[in-house]
Design a protein around this ligand. Sequence first.
Ligand SMILES: Nc1ncnc2c1ncn2[C@@H]1O[C@H](COP(=O)(O)OP(=O)(O)OP(=O)(O)O)[C@@H](O)[C@H]1O
Ligand SMILES: [Mg+2]
Length: 168
Amino acid sequence: MAWRERIWAREGVDDDTIEECTQGQPDQVIEIEKPIVGGDFARAGAGASEIKRLVKKLAVPPAVVRRVAVACFEGEVNVTVYATRGTIKARITPACIFVVVADEGPGIPDIEQAMQPGWTTATPEVREMGFGAGLGLPNIRENTDYLKVRSEVGTGTILEFAFLLRDI
Ligand SMILES: Nc1ncnc2c1ncn2[C@@H]1O[C@H](COP(=O)(O)OP(=O)(O)OP(=O)(O)O)[C@@H](O)[C@H]1O
Ligand SMILES: [Mg+2]
């Protein structure tokens, strides 16, 4: 098997932009990391909530806080629903908020297809809990300035996404 990768970015944003914006003096950088447990629906979204609380406290504009909360929640829930275990990490610098959601799980065979609104492999049980509309990944893309999805079938999935806090 092989790792596959797809990147979506707002116009003018690329890997170099992300590399640059995630730098910062240690005293200007805040990092938070939370575990995600596959199947633990009672705690799904807990990590996203903590990240939301943190960015709110850092006086990030409310519109950005909302986008961060939505993207983190959707990423975290996907790990809960589809994977065995994972982590959600946020790195906050003066220039951007950079989030990594990584899991050990089945991986995504066709990233392009998974990104289509309405595409889902959710089971009836998952749908009964209110998930499985096939809108999580499209929602993440819409709410971020940069999104990279990497996945290997049988290994897992890594989402990296960013919110710029300054004009580029
Ligand atoms: N971390 C993951 N590991 C494995 N497969 C995933 C992962 N995240 C998403 N997928 C696959 O991509 C599909 C689309 O994901 P997406 O989040 O857009 O929708 P959903 O989770 O099915 O429904 P919703 O997010 O609206 O509740 C999923 O049904 C699943 O097949
Ligand atoms: Mg989802």
